[in-house]
Design a protein around this ligand. Structure first.
Ligand code: NAD
Length: 293
């Protein structure tokens, strides 16, 4: 493999690109934010001056962008697909609307390119540790081509179905994540307001039928898990505004498919409330503030 192009070097893309470099692969990156480029340079990632120079001499292109509009902006409006050599495998790891993913993959196909969607689960900690789960959509052949590269940044590559399916599975997962994070924060606060220590109620539920990922790996109550964002003033991690974006995608998906999602709708309402209070840039476990502060 000659070189991997990596567009979007933010909270997730930065450490993912670094893991590719650490595994011995050659990477050239680009971000519109100069601060992200500087940080990547400090981590020995080569930075392109613009997207046109990034796409020369690469054989895999990865994008890790915030939302649907950024993905359509780069691939379609800036006509990136037209600038790529046909041999390049295109992997979009951003979490975006499935229909946008399908539209971009179809434009890629029309341009003679192979593309998959590969949104991730595992958060910023997983991006740093190289333990992400990739939830992929696309042909079996293209997923197989992508797997050796994805395995340098994660532990699991799961295949949901055709293009766009990775996004559908990722959106279902994040709706469930929001629901159990809200429920976890609510239950801990109920225990604490009735005299229990936050670590005691957390440990009891963690070893009982209430256990879930938020409780086990990402406790929302400050001080219970020293390495969780809750113990660092909810800085970094997975931002409320990104969770709200994903819950909006879940709502669109449920409307379009006539699926009932009352719990997802309630979680969206709670995250809207947090963002409305100017807390959009805190980690999503800060929903704890709604119940106990
Ligand atoms: P981020 O905002 O930290 O990073 C995105 C980066 O893309 C930014 O640095 C931004 O400057 C850059 N960018 C935007 N437009 C660009 C363009 N036109 N060209 C080049 N760069 C551009 O976001 P993140 O937390 O890294 O999340 C990225 C994606 O991963 C999102 O879709 C998010 O939903 C998803 N995700 C995030 C997490 C998490 O814990 N943060 C977990 C799983 C999935």
């Amino acid at each position: 493999m000659r070189k991997i192009g990596f567009i979007g070097l933010g909270n997730m893309g930065g450490p993912m690109a670094l893991n590719l470099v650490s595994s011995g692969l050659s990477v050239i990156g680009y971000d519109v934010d100069e601060k992200a480029n500087l940080l990547a340079k400090e981590n020995k990632i080569e930075i392109a001056i613009d997207i046109d120079s990034l796409v020369k001499d690469i054989d895999v292109l990865i994008t890790m962008l915030p939302a649907s509009e950024h993905v359509t902006g780069v691939y379609l409006e800036e006509k990136l697909l037209e600038k790529l050599d046909k041999s390049i495998l295109v992997i979009d790891c951003s979490t975006i609307a499935p229909e946008v993913s399908i539209k971009v993959a179809s434009a890629a196909k029309d341009a003679g390119l192979s593309m998959i969607d590969a949104p991730v689960s595992g958060g910023v900690a997983g991006a740093h540790a190289g333990t992400l789960t990739f939830i992929t959509g696309g042909s079996v052949e293209n997923i197989k081509r992508a797997t050796p590269v994805l395995e340098k940044m994660g532990q699991q590559v799961l295949h949901a179905g055709d293009n766009g399916s990775g996004q559908i599975a990722k959106i279902c997962n994040n709706m469930l994540l929001a629901i159990h994070m809200c429920g976890t924060a609510e239950a801990i606060a109920l225990g604490v307001k009735n005299g229990l220590e936050p670590s005691v109620i957390s440990e009891i539920m963690r070893n009982s039928s209430g256990n879930n990922w938020s409780l086990d790996k990402y406790n929302p109550f400050p001080g219970v898990m020293p390495d969780a964002p809750s113990s660092n003033e909810y800085k970094g991690g997975f931002l409320n505004k990104l969770m709200l974006k994903d819950l909006g995608l879940a709502a669109q998906l449920s409307d379009a498919s006539n699926a009932e999602t009352p719990m997802g709708d309630k979680a969206r309402e709670l995250y809207e409330e947090l963002s409305g209070q100017g807390l959009g840039n805190l980690d999503f476990s800060s929903i704890q503030k709604k119940y106990y502060s």
